[in-house]
Design a protein around this ligand. Sequence first.
Ligand code: 5GP
Ligand code: ZN
Length: 114
Amino acid sequence: MSDCLFCKIVAKEIPAEIVHETGRTLAFRDVNPQAPTHVLVVPKQHHPDAAALARADDGLADDVLVAAHAVAVQEGVAEGGYRVVFNTGPGAGQTVFHVHAHVLGGRPLTWPPG
Ligand code: 5GP
Ligand code: ZN
């Protein structure tokens, strides 16, 4: 999608600090980090939200989850505990409508998140 911020990051038209890439996923640091590790994992294919990703019938959601865990391991937060969050819909705080998993770690994470 030509007007999608994260499609532009996937296309490398907008710079981002990329930390992990597979054939179908890209992970880059959040520009406004909420934890020492705050990485966004996106499918390269545009889907607006997690509900749409869940309907993708080719294992793409699996790829995003596997990439999120790989990022946690790479960032050194997998053993200490980390959080994977899909804000889904404006009521949940989603602001960018290209589905993305937030991978957060490196500090104590309280629950519920608020
Ligand atoms: P959401 O609120 O949709 O769940 O998360 C969107 C995230 O994208 C926010 O945490 C925000 O900081 C991040 N973000 C917004 N614009 C950019 C950008 O241009 N580059 C990067 N790396 N992150 C962005
Ligand atoms: Zn997009």
